[in-house]
Design a protein. Structure first.
Length: 292
């Protein structure tokens, strides 16, 4: 599933190409893609003839401020937003089309068909329509994501730290890729319990999360399956990753083999030497040398 860097890269692309464009027509090719309202006909009727004013992101969700209400998009596993000329043939995976007033077109493609779109009327709050937005935690690249915030969220939890980082109620937008990379950079084993972390370790984890997400943005996100930006280009962060999808390869710091284990049904990639399972006094030993 696209995570914060991927969704933010898409948001920036849409902000560059679609602002002040008017949506002349809308077509839904797969009705179940529309989560609200119940009818895809009503969805299109409310989207048509609206002007795109701004694009925002909350966690892994995109929402578009229209001249009347909002369009909310969750890409899920394989959703893609592509900015094309109307003359380009549509894909067999195209689910929704938005024709703009200059013969350009925004297409929502989704191979696995898990992605969803919502139309939010102007008299309704986003959270009243898209329930997941109600309980979402702090944005990790915003000022309210502080060390004290992270410490407060983790201090009483006995679950593995990897699970906590994937919980959108704690930190918004982090998924498997950037959780693994953040834990490696912080020198924390993914099975370490949250309440066992010292303040020094939480500070290092906080710093690592921010750094890794900024690096993800710098490289346009991560592509290992279907993710592309609005121009159809893949992200390049996977080439920079220290542990994610590097099972059996040498650690870039110590030379030990990268390991993989399942935690709550999700793969976790880590270095057993740089990320010892038992608590140690050393924090982030040598990981700064992997900054670039």
């Amino acid at each position: 599933m696209p995570e914060l860097p991927e969704v933010e890269t898409i948001r920036r692309g849409l902000a560059t190409s679609t602002i002040d464009r008017r949506i002349e027509e809308c077509e839904v090719l797969l009705p179940r893609t529309i989560a609200f309202p119940d009818s895809s006909i009503i969805f299109c009727a409310n989207i048509k003839q609206q002007t795109i004013h701004a694009w925002h992101r909350r966690g892994k969700y995109l929402y578009c401020q229209l001249s009347r209400g909002y369009l909310v998009i969750h890409l899920r596993m394989t959703g893609q937003l592509k900015w094309d000329c109307q003359d380009q043939p549509i894909s067999s995976h195209t689910r929704v089309r938005f024709w703009c007033d200059d013969r350009t077109e925004l297409r929502f493609d989704d191979q696995r068909t898990f992605g969803r779109l919502w139309w939010v009327p102007p008299d309704r709050a986003l959270t009243s329509i898209v329930n997941a937005l109600q309980t979402m935690g702090a944005e990790p690249l915003e000022p309210d994501f502080t060390i004290s915030y992270l410490q407060d969220k983790l201090k009483n939890k006995k679950q593995p730290i990897k699970n906590a980082l994937l919980d959108q109620r704690i930190v918004a937008g982090i998924g498997n890729i950037y959780a693994d990379e953040s834990l490696f950079r912080a020198g924390l084993h993914p099975l370490r319990s949250c309440h066992s972390l010292s303040l020094a370790e939480i500070k290092e984890l906080h710093r690592s999360i921010v750094y890794v997400l900024q690096e993800g943005l710098k490289y346009g996100g991560t592509t290992f399956s279907s993710y592309v930006n609005t121009n159809g280009n893949k992200g390049n962060y996977l080439d920079e990753a220290a542990v994610f999808r590097r099972t059996g390869k040498e650690c870039k710091i110590c030379g030990d083999q990268i390991q993989r284990l399942k935690i709550a049904g999700r793969s976790s990639h880590f270095c057993g030497t740089c990320q010892p399972k038992e608590k140690t006094e050393a924090v982030s030993q040598g990981n700064d040398t992997n900054a670039n």
